[in-house]
Design a protein around this ligand. Structure first.
Ligand SMILES: [Zn+2]
Length: 101
């Protein structure tokens, strides 16, 4: 992947890939970046997942996980995953940060 030197104001759109395995972030420059569903699921910062990490019961992997729904919230995205987890809110700044290699 090319180096992404961008901020949230440079984002043109964010959609799901056709196979539901990635977020596709398109920047106003025309540059495109992909963010895998598993990486996103592992990075969830909702209260439920934070608690699970503290308790040591947060999974280390989510093989085959898909993005089943995407809610556009202005400042970020509400992502629903195929494991039934729908609480994750991903602010745009966090999404850009996750794009870093
Ligand atoms: Zn979560």
């Amino acid at each position: 992947m090319e180096n992404i030197q961008a901020g949230t104001s440079d984002i043109e759109s964010i959609v799901r890939s056709d196979d539901l395995a990635n977020l596709v972030v398109t920047f106003k420059s025309g540059q495109r970046a992909f963010l895998g569903a598993e990486k996103l699921r592992l990075a969830c910062k909702c209260a439920h997942c934070l608690r699970a990490r503290i308790d040591g019961r947060f999974p280390e992997a989510f093989p085959g996980i898909a993005i089943v729904d995407l809610g556009q919230m202005g400042y970020g995205l509400n992502i629903a995953f195929s494991d039934g987890h729908t609480r994750g809110i991903y602010p745009l700044g966090y999404i850009v940060a996750l794009l870093e290699p």
